[in-house]
Write a new protein. Sequence first.
Length: 324
Amino acid sequence: MIFRKKKYHFDPVTLTFEEIRSDRKTRVGEFVLYVIASVLVTLIVGFILNQVFGSVESKMLENKLFSLNKQMKNLLDKGHHFSSILHKDHFPRDNTYRAILQIDTLPENVREAGTGGNVPHSQFSFNSDISDTLGSLITKLNSQLQIQTGSYETVYKKALEHKSSLSHMPAIQPISRKDLIMISSNFGIRSDPFLEQQEVHYGLDFVAAEGKDVYVTGDGTVTLVKESRIGYGNEIFIDHGFGFGSRYAHLSQILVSEGQIVKRGQLIGKVGQSGRATGPHLHYEVLYENKPVNPSFYFDNSLSVEEYQRILKLASNKTRTDLN
C-alpha cells in the first residue's frame, strides 16, 4: 500500500492548517514532470560518465585499434629495414656480379620498379592513413623483389656458363712440373732443327723422359686420334668448346679414343718421339677459333707441384666417377 505525502496550508482567518487536496489532473502532471526530469538526469549523468570513463565496448574498440596501429607500425618498420637491405646489400652485390660476368647493370628506374628511390623512414608520417602507407610500401617491395629475383637468376645462369667455359679452357701445363725437364722451343719464329731455316713454331715443346704422363689441359671431347711416323707422329686433338682446341703430338702411347669426353688433368697419353722429333718431348698447341695461339697465355705457371698434383687427383676422381 502506497501512502502519498499530505500537504497543508495555514489559514490566517481560522488560524488553522487545512489539507491541500490536489485534483487528478494535477497529480498526473506532477508525475509526468517527475518522469521527464528523471530521464533527463539519467541521460546527462550517463553522457558525463561515458565521456569521462568510456563504455566497455568503446574501450575494447580503442584497444583493438591501438593494437592494430601498433602492428602496422611494426610491419612498416620491418618493411623499411628490408628496403634498406635491398639498397645497401643486394643491389650493389648484383651490380658487382653483373660487372664480373660482363652483363649490363640494371638501370636505376628498373631496380626501383618505377617508384623512385629508397624513401627515408622519417618522411613517412603516421598522421596520414598508415594502412595506405603500408600498402604502398608492400607493393613497392613486392615489385623490387620480383625484379631482383629475376636478376639473380640471370646472374646464376651466366655464372654457370662462365664456370663451364673456365673448366674447358686449356689452362694447365700438359706435363707435370715434377716431370718437366725444360721447354725447348717456344711459340713463334724459331730455327727448324731439320731444315735449318726460320720457321713458325705453332706450339710449345715440353722436354720430358719418354713414357712420362701427358694430361689434357681442359675439359673437352677427343675429336682426333692419329698414329703416324711422320710429321706430328702420334697425336691427339681435343675440342674444348667455346672456340678452344688443343693438340698433343709425338706421343709414344695414346690412351683415349675419338669421341671420348675428357676432364682437365685426365691422363690421355705418354711422352715419346714419334714423327719428326729429335728426342722425347711433347709438342703442345692451343688453337682459338681454329688459329694457333701462344699456349703460355692460358696455362698458369705459378702452380706449385702440390697444386698441380691436386688438379690431377681431382681429375682422376671425376674420371672414375664418370666410368662408374
